[in-house]
Design a protein around this ligand. Structure first.
Ligand code: GLU
Length: 429
């Protein structure tokens, strides 16, 4: 399997092709012109860097890194960097476009980008990882910047990664500029310029979106049962916050396997276990189940919080949940979505549901810009306001255009904002 390439596909075909199909459905809903479809159907810039890193044993290894800048008409390019052996150009293009729609839908002044390095960070020592991250940042050079393109954490990267990126970038600017460039990345540690609430932001946003949906359809979240795929940053924060609201997590899976308990799995206890042991494997306070059984778990809410293309034509029919909440980016294939729609399972779309991360990144960027520190209540309050306003617009558009899908409606809201700005600004020259 190639590690990169325009047409790389996995079992479910090109992820970017899926993203384009979703885009075109939203575009149909608002009658987007062919001109704008052409512009928005491709990223503005596709940057690929191959850079050498000295490994602990003295060898040099060449890594391939990506930064795809999809669109910046609403603000600076913005989006995470993903470290995984599965990272490839097609995937990063899809993820970058989803960032554009996410920011537009939530009406925050950012564009969309995504980056990554095709490697497994777990096979590197901490020193090697630091050299990889610093050298990647250096290779990107002026392609990122505090008002130009602002990376953040994603799968396989974290707040330490962001601090290394920030420090590397700052050290390549003049000394009088150094304090000014902290906001070149978001998702930093609190001590080094991060924001309260950024670590849990995506999970918190997932729960705010669920609350909005529960209110809309008359569902009681405090007695809900939940199955979660993925117990990383997003999945575990979502599980813990839902538990605080009274919901019960009945099943969890991750890369190492799956566990279930009819009486509920303690999300805090499981988080401690995974932190110490690296996965849910061997967790003593639940039963070991087949990972595929997670999809058929008898729960109200199913939350994919891991990778793309997880809910497929093979497992969508087994789903018993009332609602699928896309905490991951692109977890549902197009075929699976049709099956879910036929079964009247609500799908809360990724570009709304997991936007909490980029929204609190925006808060971090604003705080860095004005040398302020907002408290956690303030951050949470502002996050909820933005997400609920976005969710309101999706519901309103869905009713107005009689769209059957929340995803199409969410795209339509986002695209309408982009369309308005393109129409006002025109195309230069
Ligand atoms: N990686 C996250 C996402 O996919 C956050 C991006 C950001 O904060 O810029 O939404």
């Amino acid at each position: 399997m190639p590690s990169d390439g325009e047409n790389m596909s996995n079992d479910h075909g090109s992820l970017f092709a899926t993203a384009l199909t979703q885009f075109n459905r939203g575009a149909d809903l608002i009658g987007l012109s062919d001109d704008l479809r052409q512009i928005l159907s491709q990223p503005k810039n596709e940057i690929i860097v191959n850079f050498p890193v000295k490994m602990d044993d003295g060898r040099f290894e060449v890594f391939t890194g990506y930064r795809i800048q999809h669109n910046n008409v609403l603000g600076p390019y913005k989006g995470g960097v993903r470290f995984s052996p599965l990272v490839n150009l097609d995937e990063v293009k899809a993820l970058a476009s989803w960032m554009t729609w996410k920011s537009a839908l939530c009406d925050i002044p950012f564009g969309g980008a995504k980056g990554g390095i095709s490697f497994d960070p777990h096979r590197c020592s901490s020193e090697e990882l630091e050299r990889v991250v610093r050298r990647f940042t250096h290779s990107l050079g002026g392609n990122i910047g505090p008002d130009y393109d602002i990376p953040a954490p994603d799968l396989g990267s974290n707040s330490q990664t962001m601090v290394w990126m920030m420090d590397t970038y700052a050290n390549s600017t003049g000394s009088s500029e150094r304090q000014n460039v902290k906001r070149v990345v978001t998702g930093k540690t609190l001590e080094t310029g991060g924001s309260h609430g950024r670590e849990k932001a995506t999970g918190q946003g997932v729960v705010f979106c669920l609350q909005h949906w529960a209110d809309e359809v008359g569902f009681d979240l405090s007695s809900a049962t939940v199955a979660l795929q993925g117990w990383g940053n997003v999945g575990s924060a979502t599980g813990r916050i839902l538990q605080v609201h009274g919901a019960k997590v009945l099943a969890v899976s991750d890369h190492a396997g799956a566990i279930a308990d009819q009486d509920g799995i303690d999300a805090f206890d499981l988080t401690d276990w995974v932190q110490e042991n690296g996965s849910v494997k061997g967790y003593p306070n639940a039963d070991w189940i087949e990972p595929s059984d997670l999809w058929s778990a008898d729960v109200d809410i199913l939350i994919p919080a891991a990778l793309e293309n997880q809910i497929t034509a093979d497992n969508a029919n087994d789903i018993k949940a009332k609602v699928v909440v896309e905490a991951a980016n692109g977890p549902t294939t197009l075929e699976a979505e049709e099956i879910l729609s036929e079964k009247s399972v609500d799908v809360l779309p990724d570009i709304l549901v997991n936007a909490g991360g980029v929204i609190v990144s925006y808060f971090e960027w604003l705080q860095n810009r004005s040398a302020q520190r907002w408290d956690l209540d303030d951050v949470d309050h502002r996050l909820r306001e933005i997400l609920w306003a976005a969710a309101d617009s999706v519901v309103a558009l869905q009713k107005d255009r009689e769209s059957s899908s929340r995803r199409d409606a969410a795209y339509a809201v986002a695209l309408q904002r982009l369309k308005t700005v393109y129409n006002q600004r025109g195309i230069f020259p």
